[in-house]
Design a protein around this ligand. Structure first.
Ligand code: ADP
Length: 481
């Protein structure tokens, strides 16, 4: 089956979040299932620099006359997945971020930049396509690719489209005056099409016109049909619920493997956990915490954003470390949250450490060296860190939302007895509920045999991409006869 996988981010070339991880791992997993998957990605400076060699594949200037000069280049990811790079210097060759300039201001031409990506995806299904390779299905990801089925519809193509939502909070809503400029039709600027509160919505185009919609966990698939988490799209998503499903992300088992991880002070596995303590000691040493083998250590890694509930952890930090415990906070984002974390670390240097910055290697050490991992997200489409932490024998403490519900089984007498327990789940995000769950964890931690059992359950879980890829494949097979 020939599948075009369209995404605006692919790890390890360009990444702002989990979308990039999925866009790297899922096509590779699908290729292992014998699918001919190829990626279409904008030619950002990082992509042009890192993806070598890049060969000319097609000149689009004569075909897309109304758009800035663009070409398709062909390359191959390290994992063997072929990539078409949309090289349009006027749109993608610039400094700053993928979606915003260095001051955090969205690029004013974002609608044109990502309409072009979708337009080219649709062109590759066309009789006029400059490539010999013709996709039988297009897999779109997030708002940046949402217009693809709108263009296919306008051009009269029947190629099926799967649209995956990685985070519904980002929708790509723009002034309706852009409709003609982007070569879209007013006929579809309707409630059933891409009109959203009198704006042109890229994501809504995808949700309205895709043949199947997926999101990255079964629980989030249900949550986005409610007013609380639907960001205004809940009606449409409920209307399309028969075409909507949740497929849990996997994780990269080679990159995140405590038995062979260069970022660690010592490797370990379920049969010999002694290395885990070495990592705790290293983490305490590196971040200046008091050296103490026995004190429970809570770790947190993530974007410092409202979504992640970091504010609630900061609210309870003092009570948490008085359990007693130690706390490592690692992340970047909101300046006020960063400053609060740094101030707490300054006040309690032996018990609280704050690392403000992005450091892939240190994040592995935090996963390995912590005893428990905190992830009290307000909402979480899937979440990766709670899966990494389980693989590293670090039971997560999570708020009952989205993908966290689908990946963590609360520890109690029954789930510990049947070996399903894999962390601590609390309901209703508040300082009290978080502290209660943390207290439960600390109490169990004191029972070495029970804790060891919980760790073993965590480490035995299968988060490989294979299961997810098989679910996507089953979906594709429903659409491609
Ligand atoms: P989201 O995509 O909402 O940010 P996920 O949990 O799905 O959340 O994925 C976040 C990814 O980014 C994980 O791989 C996580 O380890 C990583 N990450 C987040 N913050 C940092 C940081 N400060 N340093 C290193 N890695 C980080």
């Amino acid at each position: 089956m020939r599948i075009l996988f369209v995404s605006s981010e692919v790890a390890s070339l360009v990444k702002t979040g989990g979308l990039a991880d999925v866009s790297a791992a899922l096509p590779a997993a699908l290729r292992k299932l014998e699918m001919d998957v190829r990626i279409l990605l904008p030619g950002y400076p990082q992509v042009m620099k890192l993806l070598k060699p890049l060969k000319p594949a097609a000149d689009l200037r004569k075909i897309l006359k109304a758009w800035p000069a663009a070409k398709l280049l062909a390359g191959t990811m390290q994992n063997g997945v072929p990539v078409y790079v949309l090289d349009c210097p006027e749109m993608y060759q610039r400094g700053g971020g993928l979606y915003a300039d260095e001051h955090g201001q969205d690029w004013p031409d974002n609608p044109e930049r990502f309409a072009l990506l979708a337009r080219v995806a649709s062109l590759l299904c066309d009789g006029n396509s400059p490539l010999d390779w013709r996709p039988e299905l297009i897999h779109c990801n997030d708002w940046q690719t949402g217009l693809t089925p709108a263009y296919l519809r306008k051009e009269g193509h029947q190629v099926p489209v799967v649209m995956t939502i990685h985070n519904l909070a980002y929708q790509g809503n723009f002034p309706k005056a852009l409709v003609p400029a982007l070569e879209l039709s007013w006929d579809d600027f309707t409630l059933e099409g891409y009109e959203f509160y009198d704006q042109l919505s890229f994501l809504k185009a995808g949700l309205s016109f895709a043949d199947q919609i997926t999101t990255v966990s079964p629980t989030y698939a249900r949550e986005i049909q409610t007013e609380a988490q639907g960001y205004g799209m809940q009606g449409l998503l409920a209307h399309r619920s028969s075409a909507l499903s949740g497929i849990l992300n996997g994780i990269d088992l080679e990159e995140w493997n405590p038995a062979a991880d260069d970022n660690l002070a010592a490797c370990y596995d379920d049969s010999d956990m002694s290395g885990k303590l070495e990592n705790k000691r290293e983490l305490q040493k590196r971040l200046g915490l008091h050296a103490d083998d026995d004190i429970p250590l809570f770790g947190l890694v993530g974007r410092f954003a409202h979504q992640k509930g970091v504010d609630v952890v900061l609210d309870v930090a003092e009570r948490l470390v008085n359990l007693p415990a130690q706390l490592v906070l690692m992340g970047t984002g909101d300046k006020a949250l960063q400053n609060r974390a740094l101030a707490l670390a300054h006040q309690y240097p032996e018990r609280i450490a704050a690392f403000v910055g992005f450091d892939e290697s240190l994040s592995h050490l935090v996963e390995a060296g912590s005893d428990m991992f905190l992830m009290p997200s307000r909402f979480e489409p899937c979440g990766l860190n709670q899966m990494y932490s389980q693989r590293y024998g670090t039971p997560p403490i999570v708020h009952a939302t989205g993908g966290l519900i689908d990946t963590v089984v609360d520890c109690n007498a029954a789930t510990l007895a049947d070996d399903s327990a894999s962390g601590f789940v609390f309901y209703g995000l508040s300082p009290e509920s978080l502290l209660q769950a943390a207290t439960r964890a600390v109490e169990l931690y004191a029972d070495k045999a029970a804790w060891r059992k919980l760790q073993a359950n965590c480490m035995a879980k299968d988060y490989s991409w294979l299961a997810s890829a098989q679910s996507y494949l089953a979906l594709y097979r429903k659409l491609v006869k």
